[in-house]
Design a binder for this molecule. Structure first.
Ligand code: 5CA
Length: 437
């Protein structure tokens, strides 16, 4: 793409309403635009990053056998009355009436709806286990939406639901999801630590929040620093390995505020290993057994003939929140560097257009076309601006690789820079290799 042609409304000054760096950056480089309190439009650059995150999540969920589907954003109040959550959910739920006067709502989560779908389709243990997920907008009328898309009212979530015949089988599904989360966060370049957590309005007695460390995080966390050294590449999907994974993680203390117990922490973790800090919750998984299947009468035939309520868990990820979380972790000293896996473009070409070297734009276009032939998603900064303004702009846009075409370029060799390291002179073949590996 040519920078002069794309919709990228850059803002010079940091908008005053934005208090944290991810919110500031997202507004400055036109990733989002607020449409009303806690509700945002995703502009092309922001949308591109979010879609890349979404795809990694999708691949990893498919990889453990979860099946993608799509449920609506608008739900009937009836199923929420059946589960008993219609009143409990309180003011966070956006309630709507249709023209017939029927009570509807904008889904804040989907336990009821998926249970209703499941009960009308699946009748026997023979069809279990099942894991279903969708990636869909949610609405929660947060009392204090803040930090841009980090805590907003309308947000994009991946929510998955598992269905099993008994607790032991359900635990296996839980462990698979746990594993899938570790893998996807790793692909996003994030160190997300699973921590024992409260279950809140979702319910159940087993739950983990996946938290990444960040000063602006809203969760206080207490952890043994050794938990950060667990090598997640060691695990696979076998039952034994998944159990080992759960045991390894639970052998180190890691808890959020609500689950924190000072005595426990001090007795289990050496002083030197204690971490007390803040974090961002990027995912949250729950096991709640028959909390929804029982009131909603979601029964399956058991091997022994009787009907039993199916055992369920739910597994959420804040897809839109992850965009902010990635900025919080990768935007330092006014320089952004997207992880390769989610960068809006693979590489940017920055030609020195208005200098002695008048040919640099022509050379750039040739390099641009060559890279595109290699299926590399490349941005060409063809804007007529001085180099220092260009560099400042790209410090914010955060594409991890830059090809600088100007006085230092030779016939077929160009200045190539990975953000955060010194530029080197490479030919096109070497550049392509660097970008692709
Ligand atoms: N039904 C369960 C799991 S599918 C559920 O809703 N869990 S949740 O409430 O913890 O939300 C899942 C994830 O959505 C959170 O971990 C968080 O990353 C994200 N999230 C929750 N509320 C917001 C919000 N107001 N703004 C942005 N992201 C949010």
């Amino acid at each position: 793409m040519l920078l002069s042609k794309i919709f990228l409304p850059l803002i010079k000054n940091v908008p005053s309403e934005a208090k944290i760096k991810s919110h500031q950056l997202m507004l400055r480089i036109g990733m989002i635009k607020q449409s009303s309190a806690g509700i945002y439009s995703w502009l092309p650059l922001g949308f591109k990053v979010m879609k890349k995150i979404e795809n990694i999540i999708r691949q990893e969920q498919n990889d453990i056998g979860a099946q993608e589907m799509l449920m609506p954003t608008i739900q009937s109040a009836d199923i929420w009355k059946e589960s008993g959550r219609y009143n409990d959910y309180g003011d966070e739920m956006l309630r709507i009436k249709d023209r017939q006067g029927r009570e509807m709502l904008y889904g804040p989560t989907n336990e009821e709806l998926i249970t209703e779908i499941f009960r009308s389709s699946i009748k026997s243990y023979k069809s279990l286990p099942q894991m279903l997920y969708h990636i869909q907008w949610k609405f929660r009328d947060e009392v204090r939406p803040r930090f841009g898309i980090m805590r907003c009212r309308e947000f994009f979530m991946k929510d998955a639901y598992s269905f099993d015949i008994n607790d032991a089988e359900a635990k296996k599904s839980y462990n698979k999801m746990f594993y899938s989360y570790l893998k996807m966060f790793k692909r996003l370049g994030l160190k997300a630590i699973p921590m024992a957590a409260e279950t809140g309005p979702i319910g159940g007695d087993l739950s983990h929040e996946f938290i990444i460390l960040a000063d602006i995080g809203e969760s206080n966390i207490y952890a043994d620093r050794n938990i950060f050294d667990i090598n997640t590449d060691e695990y696979d999907l076998s039952e034994k390995s998944l159990e080992k994974m759960r045991n390894d993680f639970s052998s180190f203390y890691a808890a959020t505020d609500e689950k924190f117990d000072k005595n426990d922490f001090n007795s289990k973790v050496k002083k030197d290993d204690q971490i007390l800090t803040k974090g961002i919750e990027v995912g949250h998984i729950f096991y709640f057994g028959d909390k929804y299947s029982k009131p909603l009468n979601c029964l399956v035939d058991h091997q022994e003939g009787k009907k039993v309520p199916v055992k369920m868990g739910s597994y959420g990820i804040g897809v839109s929140r992850l965009v902010g979380a990635l900025i919080e972790t990768n935007f330092q000293n006014d320089i952004m560097k997207w992880p390769k896996s989610v960068s809006p473009y693979d590489v940017v070409i920055i030609p020195n257009i208005n200098k002695i070297n008048k040919q640099s734009l022509q050379i750039s276009i040739k390099v641009y076309n060559d890279l595109r032939k290699q299926k590399i998603d490349v941005l060409l900064d063809d804007v007529d601006e001085n180099m220092s303004a260009k560099f400042k702009k790209h410090d914010l846009i955060g594409i991890p690789y830059q090809i600088i075409i100007g006085s230092k370029s030779e016939e077929n060799r160009f200045e190539f820079k990975e953000v955060g390291t010194d530029a080197i002179i490479l030919n096109l073949k070497e550049i392509i290799e660097k970008i692709k590996n």
